[in-house]
Design a binder for this molecule. Sequence first.
Ligand code: G6P
Length: 372
Amino acid sequence: DAADKGGWSSFMAKEINEQPEAIANTVRGRTAGRSVEIPELTALGDDRLRNIDRIIIIACGTASYAGQIGAYAIEQWARIPVDVQLSHEFRYRDPVLTDRTMVISVSQSGETMDTLMAVKYAIEQGVTTVSVCNTQSATIPRESDAAVYTHAGPEVAVASTKAFTAQITALFLIGLHLGRVRGELSTEALAEAVQQLEELPEKMRVAVDTHAEITQLAHWMADTRSVLFLGRHVGFPAALEGALKLKEIAYIHAEGFAAGELKHGPIALIDHGQPVFVLVPSPRTAPLMHSKVVSNIQEIRARGARVIAIVEVGDTAVLPYADEVIRLPLTDALFEPILQVVPLQWFALELSTAKGLDVDQPRNLAKSVTVE
Ligand code: G6P
């Protein structure tokens, strides 16, 4: 009832709003002295962690996009090759697994049957299994060698929001822990990343406060039949997540693309008035990617797209080409998707609301899918 929703109109709205605390709780107890230590990984033994030569992240749905974002961070900080595979595809490809492979599963519920079966398969092959999970003592973390819990609190709405940003945060912590143990991270780089993590909750609050602007945007877009999302690097999985949210709860056709892939096909979709959200990387910390994405915006604008640019505050390069600009706090490029996804969550919620749909209980979907 309304009391459970804390005064919000839906659980999803409440859960979007809870993201600053969800992230703070996921980081808490895992950073100290400008370093990162996850006790559950320490318990595996540092030699075992140093011996890992490949990581495969397995997950479904929103959790798989958290996995894709986490993969960039783990590769950057720990210098271990990371693949991301959908749980239900994993074993059918006869994956190359050795005793030096680590499989990290990502699951809010810890009960998704596709992911559980993939974890069981990995265990049979003798690999090290780590579970990133939001539900204490769920089946997947119990079966795994180590459980790194996200502490987002119970998530009720079918569409995942706070669990998603907490999953990315947990995967970043894992990347920093592995990078430290394996000697791949300088003290300065580690301290800088820890500071970014610790500042995230406050920045997240600013991202949550985009709600009013997004509500207006959703209002005039209520009849939209198709929305595209573009991103580059970590912005690409964030774009995929923005599109998934819109499909899940507003039943609107949506697709996410890697911005660089546009010219290889999807640009043919752009015609007059096509709304396109573009996740613009930070010009300070990712200048090359930034300029490429600005060119992508010019290309689609020239073909009639209606551009909604999500930028870091102070980025004026996009202003001449964007119809709408949503501004987010400054953060390192790797951390940006954690903030960028928040206006996209609000957008899906507000379009769903504008269409009179049940935001928390979309048709045909279940919170946790316990069949294969
Ligand atoms: C279902 C839900 C999705 C969720 C996915 C994975 O399909 O509708 O929102 O992302 O399962 O769930 P999990 O609990 O494994 O994260």
